[in-house]
Design a protein around this ligand. Structure first.
Ligand code: ADP
Length: 603
């Protein structure tokens, strides 16, 4: 099986440093409420200790000395104590739960905000399944760690302290036994902790794999069905699930391993205590009250002590998630957003590349001292073999990536220095694959300009030749689109994208024509919509259609990151060089559909 590891590196800073940071960043806001939870923990601890403490008087004064008054006082104490304890537990659970939910919500918002600021390069590197796992899993990890800390600090640790106090007061000698056994148990638990850390990390990887398999199957369902890939997908998923189960089993095994050790040690300690207590009562005539109280304290301390010993194991598992969360939060955006930079001011809308160097991977630079101009208000078509850099030009104008040398400018302003949001405000992008969000058709168009009115949305849809088909859908503009929007045809999706761009009304339009063939009716409507969109705007279009190249003011032929020829269609045909060859291969009428796309071989 192929091994897929999370693409973000897993840092290994110390657990203590991590807890400190978590408390600093997340805990501080809730410090007041945590203080109350801890105060309630003290109340719970004292009342637990009290339960063990009164056993001495119960046995000695009530059962041996037969003091009736004491019987009523003590039962009263037990009842009141139960009441106090019950309500304290209730309040502290409630508060802790709410704080936890608030922390999860806050962390998720923070993670998402941060991810929105990261550039396109981050998303190409990171599989979305991993982001989903981090979003759902890691926010909960922060809660788990803080919960564990507060819970064991306030309830369990305080309860153990108060019960140990009872033990020492009732029988200092026997307390020694407990003080010897305790650290032994602690040591053995500690050894398990290290192993949990490693396994919890692997579990995260397995978890992303399950999500990624699910996602791939859902997104590629057509391919899966068409190629009868169900058995292959099933076995992929089965392998991922098995892997996850194996890791989860491992954690269960390590966690469970602490039980026999604790039970055996606990049993031994209690046996010794009972032997000693019995001996004293039988042979030395000591009243058993103090001893019974001691035993009760040991019994009551057993569960919280066990939880306390396991705290670190739980903590380690949670810290793995927290570590992954901070890795994501610490990922720096690779480009500056120029929040304080000047706004881009577009007049003619001329886009120019001057001596641009750019590489996705250092060893294979795509552009070297690359010059290119798209005249203001005109249509520039990019043609060339696949991989020649056409999409990259569009990505660089959008500043999805920064250039390594030279500059990309719009009307003489270097786009790397203007406020990034103002650059994007001035550009409308229509990609090959129209991404439609899980929302109504109306809202999907409105994404082009979120403050547009309904009337403006409709106007844009009309101009984009989309109004009629929208009205023909079930609820018109209010029709909900699934995230895959399978119910719309390719041409309809494109027209929605054009409507979005139309609404944006930006001076620069970047267009990646869909390669898929449309029926001639759709083809015509999309063409009309495109022409309206491009009118009077600077347009850079990756051309796959005959009509587009025919109408272009300038056609740039791109090969291996270089413009090797440019001009108008007829000029280039007359020159009878690269373009003429490409044209004959790609656009020359062949049979019924003149825009039938074919792969262009490298020139
Ligand atoms: P075109 O649009 O002309 O087909 P592209 O601009 O998409 O060409 O790609 C140009 C080159 O850059 C290709 O060799 C492609 O493999 C590479 N490339 C494109 N996108 C990436 C990316 N995100 N990471 C690494 N290489 C890429």
């Amino acid at each position: 099986m192929k091994i897929r590891l999370p693409s973000l590196k897993i840092a290994d800073d110390g657990s203590i440093a991590l807890i400190k940071r978590l408390l600093n960043e997340t805990g501080r806001e809730f410090a007041g409420r945590y203080a109350i939870v801890i105060a309630l923990g003290i109340v719970i601890a004292v009342s637990t200790g009290l339960n063990a403490w009164i056993i001495k008087d119960l046995i000695n004064k009530v059962f041996f000395d037969r003091q009736a008054a004491m019987l009523f006082i003590l039962t009263g104490v037990v009842v009141v104590n139960g009441f106090v304890r019950g309500y304290s537990l209730y309040s502290s659970s409630l508060m802790l739960g709410r704080i936890g939910n608030a922390i999860v919500a806050r962390t998720q918002r923070r993670l998402f905000d941060h991810m929105l600021n990261l550039g396109v390069d981050f998303y190409t590197r990171t599989p979305s399944s991993e982001l989903i796992t981090r979003m759902s899993h890691n926010a909960n990890a922060a809660r788990q760690v803080l919960d564990t800390l507060v819970n064991s600090a306030s309830r369990d640790a305080l309860s153990v302290v108060s019960l140990v106090a009872v033990m020492v007061l009732q029988s200092p000698l026997m307390s020694l036994i407990v003080l010897v056994v305790g650290p032994i148990a602690g040591y053995s638990i500690n050894r398990l902790v290290r192993r949990v850390r490693g396994v919890a990390r692997q579990q995260f990887t397995s978890q992303s794999m399950v999500i990624s398999d699910m996602q791939e199957t859902a997104q590629g369902i057509r391919v899966v069905k068409a190629f009868n890939l169900e058995p292959a997908m099933r076995s992929r998923m089965a392998a991922s699930i098995d892997d996850l189960r194996m890791r989860a089993d491992k954690i269960v095994r390590i966690m469970a391993r602490s039980s026999p050790q604790m039970e055996i040690l606990g049993g031994l300690a209690i046996a010794i205590i009972v032997l000693w207590a019995g001996y004293q009562t039988i042979y030395q005539g000591v009243q058993p009250g103090a001893l019974m109280s001691f035993i009760a304290a040991v019994a009551l301390a057993y569960e919280p002590a066990k939880r306390l010993a396991r705290t670190q194991i739980g903590l380690e598992a949670g810290l793995v998630g927290v570590r992954l969360m901070y890795e994501l939060l610490d990922t720096k955006p690779s480009m500056t957003l120029n929040e304080d930079g000047p706004n881009l001011a577009v007049t003619r809308g001329e886009v120019a590349f001057a001596k641009v160097d750019f590489a996705y991977r250092e060893e294979a630079p795509l552009f070297r001292r690359f010059d290119f101009t798209a005249a203001g208000g005109r249509m520039t078509a990019l043609v060339g073999p696949s991989g020649s850099g056409k999409s990259t030009i569009i990505s660089l104008i959008e500043r999805f990536y920064d250039v390594a040398g030279g500059q990309v400018s719009i009307d003489g302003q270097n786009i790397a220095t203007v406020k990034l949001s103002s650059l994007r405000d001035n550009i409308a992008l229509v990609g090959q694959d129209t991404y439609l969000f899980r929302d109504t058709i109306r809202e999907n168009i409105r994404f082009g300009r979120p403050n547009a009115t309904d009337a403006e949305v409709e106007k844009a849809a009309r101009e984009a030749m989309a109004h009629d088909f929208i009205l023909a859908t079930e609820n018109g503009y209010d029709t909900e689109l699934g995230s895959q929007a399978a119910q719309l045809s390719g041409g309809q999706r494109q027209r929605l994208a054009i409507a979005r761009a139309m609404l944006r009304d930006a001076p620069v339009v970047l267009l990646d024509e869909a390669t898929s063939a449309l029926d001639s009716e759709s083809e015509h409507q999309v063409q009309v919509a495109f022409e309206r969109l491009m009118k009077g705007r600077t347009t850079v279009v990756i051309a796959h259609r005959l009509s587009t190249v025919l109408h272009a003011d300038n056609i740039c032929v791109l090969v291996d990151g270089k413009v090797i020829e440019q001009g108008r269609h007829d000029e280039l045909l007359a020159a009878n060089r690269h373009y003429a060859r490409l044209y004959r291969l790609q656009f020359e009428p062949r049979g019924r559909n003149s825009a039938d796309p074919v792969a262009i071989p490298a020139a």
